[in-house]
Design a protein around this ligand. Structure first.
Ligand SMILES: [Zn+2]
Length: 356
């Protein structure tokens, strides 16, 4: 179920001269062409997945970054998406990974998923339509394709058509007939994810754990974490059943020994070439995404308060994270770092307590 879509490079240049209206119309027409008609007697459109409450900050549509390396380990954002969809709609999991490393595709990087759904089954079609409508809907802030962006979906293959986040103006593009229902994506939906989406770094997974407007703040605790320390426990208790919003800010230096050092902040860090990323070499080697992150009671699902791309906030290095403790315990902080004594600097942490 390799997609091998051979999409062209992301469009730019002359396409920018098209009018917005033409872009919108073609996107809508493209959308309609793949949303198959619901047949008589078919199941009603099932409800889409639950949608977290989001602020205005949102990712742009994912760029096309084809799968070229060979690392089939399923990536956490793809696993979480698969679990969410199977729990909501049911259906059969046709897998995330393959070892087809000679072909340009994303399954061999563990960042694509095939959902077994048939274009010939009215109830399957209703489920896929429900999901696609949800992924492509404009949110209350006017962001088009809001959930697809928040999940980091790069392209979708279904019913012999491709929708690419890097070519939204082209809508659903017809693929040539490849001979079988599987090759034509008529017996499954293929989802490819951006690296941010695959690494679960996008905003969909980082919304504070609230189901409605934030209630009044019950208490605020502020402290400073010295990045030379390991786990530090503070005289402030996170109570089970309550909701917290934690803010952390400031960049610090790591690996200063024999070097000027590299900068890091609660979520992102500079690599050897001093390029900032939410992932670094250690993350790639360990299939983790937390190296040099600040952990608050074991959690590090930070969301930048100002997004400068790639899950980072390079403007003021401030991040937020929702915490809903299931057991009562003291606040503790630590950075995920093997050598701390060569670190220079600290991060400011503020915990705001709410109760439903
Ligand atoms: Zn596939």
């Amino acid at each position: 179920m390799s997609a091998s879509p051979s999409p062209r490079a992301p469009a730019h240049g002359h396409r920018l001269h098209k009018t917005r209206a033409i872009v919108l119309i073609s996107a809508v027409l493209g959308l309609l062409s793949v949303i198959l008609p619901t047949q008589a007697g078919a199941a009603a459109l099932p409800p889409p997945p639950p949608t977290p409450v989001f602020g205005r900050t949102i990712e742009p549509l994912a760029a096309y970054v084809p799968g070229t390396t060979c690392d089939p380990t399923p990536k956490p954002g793809v696993v979480a998406f698969k679990d969410m969809i199977l729990k909501r709609y049911g259906g059969v999991d046709w897998g995330i990974s393959n070892n087809n490393c000679g072909v340009v595709q994303e399954h061999k990087e563990g960042r694509a998923w095939d959902w077994h759904m048939s274009v010939y089954s009215p109830s399957d079609v209703a489920k896929v339509n429900s999901l696609l409508n949800w992924l492509f809907a404009t949110d209350q802030y006017g962001n088009q394709y809001a959930m697809a962006r928040r999940l980091g979906i790069m392209y979708i293959g279904w019913n012999q058509r491709l929708w690419g986040s890097y070519r939204p103006q082209d809508g659903w593009r017809l693929m040539s007939d490849r001979g079988s229902d599987t090759q034509n994506h008529k017996d499954h939906v293929h989802f490819s994810f951006s690296w941010d989406g695959a690494r679960k770094k996008t905003s969909f997974w980082h919304a504070p754990a609230y189901s409605g407007p934030l209630p009044a703040v019950l208490s605020v605790y502020k402290t400073t974490y010295n990045t030379q320390k390991g786990t530090v426990e503070y005289p402030y208790t996170l109570v089970a059943g309550r909701r917290y919003l934690v803010f952390a800010k400031h960049a610090y230096l790591y690996a200063t020994q024999g070097a000027a050092g590299f900068a890091a902040d609660p979520e992102c860090s500079q690599s050897l070439t001093k390029v900032w990323s939410s992932l670094n070499l250690v993350d790639w080697l360990t299939h983790s995404d937390t190296y040099l992150d600040l952990k608050v009671n074991g959690q590090s699902t930070w969301m930048p308060t100002i997004s400068t791309g790639g899950g980072c906030n390079l403007k003021d290095h401030t991040y937020a994270m929702g915490i809903a403790p299931t057991k009562t315990q003291k606040l503790n902080l630590r950075t995920v770092d093997v050598i701390r004594k060569d670190n220079r600097g600290s991060m400011a942490v503020e915990v705001r307590e709410y109760q439903r």
